[in-house]
Every structure is written in structure tokens, then in C-alpha cells.
Design a protein around this ligand. Structure first.
Ligand code: KIV
Ligand code: NA
Length: 266
């Protein structure tokens, strides 16, 4: 199969074909997910919890993100490869954001992702101008968990929803090519789509009106112990192997059966 490019993702968005994304932190799963048809892999700083055993993403360092990005990239996946800028690696200024992003791109990332609204617009612009594709991330931004007062749904009230739409517009204008929307009511994703129709959105707990869906791989495979967020579907419970569960995830995203309104949405 031809490697997935940003042009390919834009085309899928334009045609209404749904993009399937999973987090991925190592070479074995990179190959498995790529072979199963996952369009994009995200080396997420969720590895702080899923791999390192922390209770938030805040302790994850840039060096650790570089290490996992290298592990995933070495598998030469056909999927579009995105890496997260971790907490503190883009918070000082634009120059730091560029330096940190260069490290991730040199490790094999094709796009970097950063969390936050308007304050990140100068960094998004600087990166886009320098040929580094950017994925923005709005809604529940886990690096801000302490400011948000916990892992809570965002944009439930009108003022919060309006702000998210404004910020989506601002980040798109600054050059963000992709945007993750996390834990927001489906109506917020609809409003973003209506306001910024060309923006490629990837939802996680944001309802079906996104260009694609992402899950943390351990949640999708049913390997995460304890109570899971409402938006997770455990494909591992219904399919006998990681390969089969992953193919089922890609199919369910493509045919719209995941996420199911009412069941996986806020
Ligand atoms: O780190 C991560 O896994 C993420 C996704 C949940 C979007 O940022
Ligand atoms: Na993340």
C-alpha cells in the first residue's frame, strides 16, 4: 500500500471517508496497526500513563517522546505518523516549540501535535511556515488537567462551546492541518465543522461529526484496567486477536458504527 500523506487525509476528509487513528508507542504495534489499515498513528504523550505508569501526562519528557517516535518510525509504517509535543516542550516560546518539533521530526515524525487554544497560534504558524505539519488539540487537553479540575468534558455551556469554535478557526488560520477534539459534546464538533469546513478533525469522545476517530490503543484492545471513559469501545472484547480487533476498529470508523451516538457520545 502507498504511504498515507497529508494530501491523502485531506482527500478522505473532502470525500467524507473516515480516518482511523490509534496511539502507538512501539515497533510491533506500528507494523500491526499499519498492516491492519490504520490511516494514522499517534505517538501520544498518553504513553506517560499507558506505558510508564504515571497518573498523568505531565512527567513525560521530550527525550522520551523522541525515543518512542524512533521505535514506531523504525517499523516503517504506511500510516501517517504524528508525535506529541510533551508538557513543557513548547510552553516557553516559539523558538522552543520549533526546536522540540525538529527533534521529533528527526526521530521520524511527519507531523507534530500540541495542545491548547489561542496561545499556541504563534507556534502553530511558525511550525507551518517552516514545513512542519501541525495537529492542534482542543477540548479536554490532558496536559492542563490541574487547571481543568480533572478529566472532564469541555464545552458543555454555550460560552465554552463558542470559545472552542473561535479557537478552532484561529488555529486553522494559523496553519494547523489537523485537529484533535477530545471529550466535547457532539454539537461542538458539528459547530466546528460548520464554522471551519475544510479543517480535518479527529475526534475522541467528540461524536460522529469528525473527519476521523482516535483511541488510545490499550483502550481499543481492552487492555486498560479499571473504569474507562464513556467514549471508549473495547474491540478486544469482541475479536479474538489484536489484528482482528484493529481491523474491526478501522471498519467501524469507516462505516460510522463507531462512535455510536448516545453510547459513546456526550
Ligand atoms: O496522547 C494521546 O494519546 C492523545 C490522544 C488521546 C489524542 O493525545
Ligand atoms: Na496527547
Amino acid at each position: 500500500p502507498t504511504p498515507v500523506s497529508i494530501r491523502h487525509l485531506r482527500e478522505m476528509h473532502a470525500k467524507g471517508e473516515k480516518i482511523a487513528m490509534l496511539t502507538c508507542y512501539d515497533a510491533t504495534f506500528a507494523r500491526l496497526f499499519s498492516d491492519a489499515g490504520v490511516h494514522s498513528l499517534l505517538v501520544g504523550d498518553s504513553l506517560g500513563m499507558a506505558v510508564q505508569g504515571h497518573d498523568s501526562t505531565l512527567p513525560v519528557s521530550l527525550d522520551e517522546m523522541v525515543y518512542h517516535t524512533r521505535c514506531v518510525a523504525r517499523a516503517r509504517p504506511h500510516s501517517w505518523l504524528i508525535a506529541d509535543l510533551p508538557f513543557g516542550a513548547y510552553h516557553d516560546d516559539m523558538a522552543q516549540a520549533v526546536r522540540s518539533s525538529v527533534a521529533l521530526m528527526q526521530a521520524g515524525a511527519q507531523m507534530i501535535k500540541l495542545e491548547g487554544g489561542g496561545w499556541t497560534a504563534p507556534a502553530v504558524r511558525a511550525l507551518a511556515e517552516r514545513g512542519i505539519p501541525v495537529c492542534a488539540h482542543l477540548g479536554l487537553t490532558p496536559q492542563s488537567v490541574h487547571a481543568l479540575g480533572g478529566y472532564r468534558v469541555q464545552g458543555r455551556e454555550q460560552s465554552g462551546a463558542d470559545r472552542l469554535v473561535r479557537e478552532a478557526r484561529e488555529l486553522y488560520d494559523a496553519g494547523a492541518a489537523l485537529m484533535v477534539l477530545e471529550a466535547v459534546p457532539g454539537t461542538v464538533a458539528q459547530a466546528v465543522r460548520d464554522a471551519v469546513p475544510d479543517l480535518v478533525t479527529i475526534g475522541i469522545g467528540a461524536g460522529p461529526d469528525c473527519s476521523g476517530q482516535v483511541l488510545v490503543m490499550h483502550d481499543m484492545l481492552g487492555l486498560t484496567p479499571g473504569r474507562l471513559p464513556r467514549f471508549v469501545r473495547n474491540f478486544g472484547a469482541d475479536f479474538p486477536s489484536a489484528q482482528a480487533a484493529t481491523r474491526a476498529f478501522v471498519t467501524a470508523v469507516a462505516d460510522g458504527s463507531f462512535p455510536q451516538v448516545g453510547m459513546h457520545t456526550y
